[in-house]
Design a binder for this molecule. Structure first.
Ligand code: MN
Ligand code: MN
Length: 300
């Protein structure tokens, strides 16, 4: 990454940090999830950034990948544990960060533990740290608190216009001898559930976030309305994940049914909603770090 790239990344991080601070107060019983989500995305835009992916608003056992669809009516239930996961990019330089807010005293301990595991991992990371050992630090912090990490959700390396570019950063000890590199960017994101949970997530029968890799789509073979939509998505989201809510700006008729057709035929990639296997509540904490010689800089 050149100096200009790093500068944009730092700016994106400052925007994400400001939006995150203001997001806590959005979570109240009875508020519609789509209101929280759109408020976050609007804040990102008004701070001069672009959302790097649709804002995720996940409740209780929904661990990740839920971003309200157009006309979503669901609200924050009583005693909910709500996760808000947001991304900001400036010219493709992406940061990714998340908070959890608990309206229940019991679930608050999951939130504090996720935050503690994140702090421990951040303190541990420097150029040359083994990836598997980061997972070990996260796992032991969570288990010492009496809880369980979600083993099949991970942090990830981030590169330009690529949210999941490169290595995954595990939340449990694994024998991965690779090392984090100086100058690399990683999202670290521990997920925590109760000790009697499965400690893993499964796909729900619903997807709310999508991604188009234009290089993999035979554009010439598409029907005219499909071609128009594919070109709209490629131009506006540049390979980054998007929400069907964001398609409303295009003038393509019957756009959501054209979109559905492209998803069904596999031309557009879908990210299924991820739910804890035993339907136990899950807390998440996440920040993006820039790795340096003797530590790492928290960007968000
Ligand atoms: Mn995230
Ligand atoms: Mn992430």
């Amino acid at each position: 990454m050149n100096e200009e790239g790093l500068d944009l990344l730092i700016q994106a991080g400052r925007i994400a940090a400001r939006v995150k601070e203001r997001a806590y107060s959005l979570v109240k019983e009875g508020v519609r999830l789509i209101e929280i989500c759109e408020a976050v995305e609007t804040m990102i835009e008004s701070e001069g950034g672009r959302p790097a992916f649709p804002c995720n608003v996940c409740v209780d056992e929904v661990a990740a990948h839920y971003s309200p669809l157009p006309n979503d009516q669901s609200t924050v239930p009583p005693n909910a544990l709500v996760k808000i996961d947001l991304g900001v990019h400036l010219d493709g330089y992406i940061v990714d960060t998340a908070i959890s807010v608990s309206l229940s005293k019991e679930k608050q301990s999951l939130v504090s533990t996720a935050e503690e595991a994140l702090r421990a991992a951040v303190k541990f990371i420097r150029a040359g740290t083994r990836i598997g050992e980061i997972g070990a630090v996260i796992q032991s912090t969570i288990q010492k608190a009496g809880f369980k990490p979600i083993r099949n959700l991970t942090g990830h390396e981030i590169s330009r216009y690529n949210l999941h570019g490169g290595a995954s950063i595990p939340n449990v000890a694994i024998p991965d001898p690779r090392r984090v590199a100086k100058g690399a960017v990683y999202a670290i994101e521990p997920f925590v559930s109760f000790a009697n949970a499965a400690g893993s997530v499964v796909n729900a029968d619903l997807s709310t976030i999508f991604m188009l890799d234009i290089k993999k789509v035979p554009v010439a073979k598409l029907k005219p309305d499909e071609k128009a939509l594919v070109e709209y998505i490629a131009e506006n989201f540049k390979g980054l994940p998007y929400s069907p809510r964001w398609l409303r700006g295009s003038k393509i008729p019957e756009i959501l049914s054209v979109h559905e057709r492209l998803v069904k035929t596999g031309r557009i990639h879908k990210y299924p909603v991820l739910v804890e296997k035993t339907r136990q509540p899950v807390a998440q904490a996440e920040c993006t770090v820039y790795v340096e010689e003797d530590g790492c800089k928290v960007l968000t």
